[in-house]
Design a protein around this ligand. Structure first.
Ligand code: FAD
Length: 154
C-alpha cells in the first residue's frame, strides 16, 4: 500500500468493462493485474480502485492528467476485458483512493448489503451508471476495503 498525498492538477477517470477471463483464471489474472498496476501506478503517481464483480470491472484512476490517460489507453489494449465505457472523466479536488496505488476488491456475499443499499445488486449494470452512482459505489467499496484491512491488522 502506497500513500500518495499530492493533489496537484488531479484528474479522475472512472470506466467499466466486461471481463474476458475464464472464471477459473479470475483470481490469478486479477492478482497479476494488481501486481503490475501497483508497480506502474506508483511510478506514475496514480491511485485508484478496481472492483471485480459479476463479469464486470469498474475502475477509478486518479492522478495527473497525462499519466491517467496514458494508463487508460494501455488498459484499453488489454485482451482480458472488452467494451470499456468511460462513466466519468474530469478534474478532481482531492484523491478519493489515495491509500492505494491500485487496490482490487471482489464483492463477496458478505458485501451484498452495500449493493442493496446502493440498489445495484439486482441489476449490476455499471455501463448504465451515472458518474455519481459509479463514484458512490467505488467510495462505498473503499470503505469496506479500509475496514477489512484494519481488521486484518488487529
Ligand atoms: P507487463 O505486465 O509486463 O505485460 C506485458 C504485456 O503483456 C502487456 O501488453 C500486457 O497487456 C500483456 N499481458 C500481461 N499479462 C497478460 C495476460 N494474462 N493475458 C494477456 N495479455 C497479458 N495496468 C496499470 O499499469 N495500471 C492499472 O491501473 C491497470 N488496471 C487494469 C485494469 C484492468 C481491468 C485490466 C484488464 C488491466 C489493467 N492494467 C493496469 C494492466 C494493463 O492493461 C497492462 O497489462 C499493463 O499496464 C502493462 O504493464 P507493463 O507494460 O508493465 O507490462
Amino acid at each position: 500500500m502506497t500513500s500518495i498525498s499530492g493533489s496537484r492538477k488531479l484528474h479522475c477517470l472512472i470506466y467499466c468493462s466486461r471481463q474476458k477471463i475464464a472464471p477459473a483464471d479470475l483470481d490469478y489474472e486479477v492478482g497479476a493485474i494488481i501486481q503490475t498496476s501497483t508497480r506502474n501506478n506508483r511510478d506514475a503517481a496514480i491511485t485508484g480502485l478496481l472492483l471485480v464483480h459479476d463479469g464486470w470491472f469498474l475502475q477509478a484512476l486518479e492522478g495527473p492528467y497525462e499519466p491517467v490517460m496514458t494508463t487508460y489507453r494501455r488498459i484499453l489494449q488489454d485482451p482480458r476485458h472488452e467494451s470499456s465505457t468511460v462513466l466519468s472523466a474530469g478534474p478532481a479536488q482531492a484523491r478519493a483512493f489515495g491509500d492505494w496505488s491500485m487496490c482490487a476488491r471482489r464483492m463477496s456475499p458478505a458485501d451484498d448489503a452495500i449493493l442493496d443499499t446502493l440498489q445495484v445488486r439486482q441489476a449490476f449494470a455499471p455501463a448504465t451508471f451515472s458518474a455519481n452512482s459509479a463514484l458512490r459505489l467505488l467510495t462505498a467499496v473503499r470503505g469496506i476495503q479500509a475496514r477489512t484491512e484494519a481488521t486484518a491488522l488487529i
